[in-house]
Design a protein. Structure first.
Length: 398
């Protein structure tokens, strides 16, 4: 087994404040492997930034240990901690660029501190700016850059001294969705092309969905769930994880939407889970055709979670009642199916624990509306090798 590049062992950080002690990180134990893109998600105050500051030794742990690259930070003298920090790059939400220095000089700064000769610095800066795609901005000052360009400078600067680890604390929170996607794609290149371990701190589940291999969910200083990103999305265990997943996936009709769907579609409505565990969507069409059932997609969407397909489709099934029943039974053999009944005989969606009115399943900043975990048979699914081009009715796709 490979040695972890970062290991927390019962690590705690307690801040002593007038109002009492704050356990910002509370007995956390987990490993991050070299080469991973690891996400840490949690609401404001969960302890994410404090956890990151334990990794780069900006804060000493109050108890327990933090091991980075085989070195226990809790036992190292300050001179050695500086060495450890040199092997860790960091990027921030507010970019933290030096306004009085050009882009090239910002990126050059850590090289100057590390004592690189001038000619080597210039070559390295050129290489870095090229890697992050802003070679043409070398002489420009930060004030003249867009948020996305500023973060590219931040990334170039963080990579300057060839770190093994890159820490990103809310690095896309100040960016619009399109720019966020560009920066996340760049972080993926940092990981795949340079082999750098990336630790991403975020409160946006979409960032985890599109970037992270694994994710730890934090609440009140503790890790309440830690698993493969795909597994956390498909079968979230902790209520906090469920809220985050619900905020990122809006593929299932809420109570309000379902009511409107029933108004428009008198046939039998079923929601069919889609994942990459087994069958293709072609199988779905095939079993329904065999049963003599017509189907139209009326809602849903398939998105990517950790670069794998995931989502659900709500179908209107029409045909003889017995045929429809046969079709639903056939679908159940390989997928998670929620039978919503018909407009005249509606069935309740058991996964819809949200009261009517609080329809969007909860958002990180909104009211806690928590659907229970989706029941999914292991190894079941529709996707995998099949076509993703589906007949889309009046629903949404993502
Ligand atoms: N230097 C400090 N002194 C006292 N309390 C602190 C200090 N730093 C953080 N805290 C407290 O520790 C807890 C965790 O803070 P932290 O900044 O790690 O949370 P976070 O998950 O990063 O939140 P956010 O999403 O808002 O950035 C909070 O209750 C915070 O008030
Ligand atoms: Mg923070």
């Amino acid at each position: 087994m490979t040695e972890p590049i970062i290991a927390f062992r019962e690590a705690s950080k307690v801040f002593t404040a007038r109002s009492g002690d704050v356990r910002a990180v509370d007995g956390v134990s987990f490993d991050i492997s070299p080469g991973e893109i690891f996400g840490v998600i949690g609401y404001s105050g969960a302890g994410k930034s404090t956890l990151v500051r334990l990794i780069n030794a900006l804060e000493p742990a109050t108890s327990g240990s933090v091991v980075v690259d085989g070195l226990d930070l809790t036992t190292l003298p300050e001179s050695r901690l500086r060495q450890v920090r040199a092997g860790i790059g960091m990027i921030f939400q507010q970019f933290n660029l030096l306004g009085s220095r050009s882009v090239a000089k910002n990126v050059s700064y850590p090289l100057e501190v590390a004592g690189w000769p001038k000619a080597e610095r210039a070559a390295r800066v050129a290489e870095l700016l090229d890697f992050v795609g802003i070679a043409d901005k070398a002489g420009v000052y930060p004030a003249k850059l867009s948020g996305g360009q500023k973060q590219r400078v931040g990334i170039a600067r963080a990579l300057a001294t060839n770190p093994r680890i890159l820490l990103a604390d809310e690095c896309t929170s100040a960016l619009d969705p399109e720019t966020t996607a560009d920066v996340l794609a760049l972080l993926r290149r940092v990981n795949t092309e340079l082999g750098i371990t990336v630790v991403v701190i975020t409160h946006e589940m979409d960032v985890v969905r599109s970037l992270c291999d694994r994710v730890a969910v934090m609440e009140h200083g503790r890790v309440v769930e830690l698993d493969d990103t795909y597994r956390v999305f498909s079968t979230p265990q902790h209520p906090v994880s469920r809220r985050f997943v619900a905020s990122a996936l809006k593929d299932r009709p809420t109570a309000d939407v379902l009511e409107r769907l029933r108004g428009r579609h008198p046939g039998r409505l079923v929601t069919v889970g889609v994942d990459d565990a087994g069958h293709s969507t072609a199988t779905m069409n095939e079993v329904l055709r065999e049963a003599g059932v017509d189907s139209t997609v009326v809602f849903g969407g398939i998105t990517e979670v950790a670069q794998r397909p995931y989502g659900s489709l709500t179908l209107e099934l029409t045909g003889q009642p017995a045929s429809i029943q046969q079709g639903v039974t056939a679908l159940r053999a390989f997928s998670d199916v929620v039978d919503l009944g018909t407009a005249s005989d509606p069935h309740e969606d058991p996964s819809m624990a949200t009261p009517r009115g609080s329809s969007d399943g909860g958002t990180p900043d909104g009211p806690p509306a928590m659907p229970p975990p989706r029941t999914r048979r292991p190894g079941s699914g529709l996707f995998g090798g099949g076509s993703s081009h589906l007949p889309i009715g009046d629903g949404r796709t993502s």
